[in-house]
Design a protein around this ligand. Structure first.
Ligand SMILES: NC(=O)c1ccc[n+]([C@@H]2O[C@H](COP(=O)([O-])OP(=O)(O)OC[C@H]3O[C@@H](n4cnc5c(N)ncnc54)[C@H](OP(=O)(O)O)[C@@H]3O)[C@@H](O)[C@H]2O)c1
Length: 227
């Protein structure tokens, strides 16, 4: 693996991936604010992927796109702009980054792309219409690109349940809500960013050289178990 581009390594899951990956690899982080991870292996570029022109890069072999949203509203409160905003940050942002750097990663060894969905695509969940629709787009994008770019570039996707990041702070706002979220999961826990980062790091590594077009649930059992 050569250089890894992490879009959204300043916070949450992306920050945990940056922490893990920068131990052994050069990483470029792209986000609107700087990451807290400090390492000689980390270069930060201040970029808003929706607003800014993406900078030219060299030698990257891997793209990890982390920006996303959690819009939870009853359908009566949802506006068209909610759908457009969720689609923009989850699908268009990822498309823009992939389109810009695809020709670069194709030239490297074991190139791969990793995107993020949500457990709410596979399971109907109340108040998730907008975000689930956008993330369904992310899953479709992952699989379509995996087919189109095989055998050269592997494309995979992780579909987490609630992860303890600032993005989920509204859902995990009190001890009571944290207990209630944990209780809904077969593993009776709230996922940590590092648990997602470990799967991300595996999927972009040579250890996952036989995997492409997969949507992997890291969801404390929520998508598949009823206990
Ligand atoms: N947390 C959960 O419970 C959960 C559950 C299911 C799925 N997911 C998905 O997992 C992914 C990561 O989630 P997370 O909880 O780690 O999110 P997060 O804590 O909000 O982190 C998102 C990262 O993306 C960056 N970002 C956001 N908008 C950007 C933009 N316009 N341009 C550049 N960078 C931007 C943020 O940095 P700046 O603010 O510095 O720009 C930040 O580093 C998302 O796709 C999310 O939908 C999360």
């Amino acid at each position: 693996m050569s250089k890894i581009l992490i879009v959204g390594g300043s916070k949450g899951i992306g920050s945990a991936i940056l922490q893990l990956a920068s131990q052994d690899h050069e990483c470029i982080n792209m986000s609107r604010t700087a990451p807290s991870v400090v390492s000689a292996n980390v270069e930060h570029l201040t970029v808003d992927v929706l607003e800014d022109e993406l900078p030219d890069l060299e030698d990257i072999s891997t793209i990890i796109y982390c920006p996303g949203s959690i819009t939870l509203k009853p359908v009566g409160s949802l506006k068209e702009k909610d759908f457009l905003s969720d689609y923009n940050i989850n699908v268009i942002g990822a498309f823009k980054v992939i389109k810009k750097y695809l020709s670069i990663i194709k030239k490297q060894e074991n190139p791969s792309i990793l995107l993020f969905s949500t457990v709410a695509v596979g399971q109907g969940m109340p108040f998730h219409s907008s975000i689930a629709a956008a993330k369904a787009g992310v899953e479709a994008l992952s699989k379509s690109l995996a087919a189109e770019l095989a055998p050269t570039v592997r494309v995979n996707c992780i579909a987490p349940s609630i992860v303890d990041t600032s993005l989920a702070s509204g859902i995990l706002r009190s001890d009571k809500s944290r207990e209630s979220v944990a209780a809904k999961h077969p593993l009776k826990k709230i996922l940590t960013p590092i648990e997602i980062a470990e799967m991300a790091y595996f999927l972009i590594s040579n250890k996952a050289s036989g995997m492409t077009g997969q949507v992997i649930g890291v969801d404390a059992g929520l998508s598949t178990l009823k206990i």
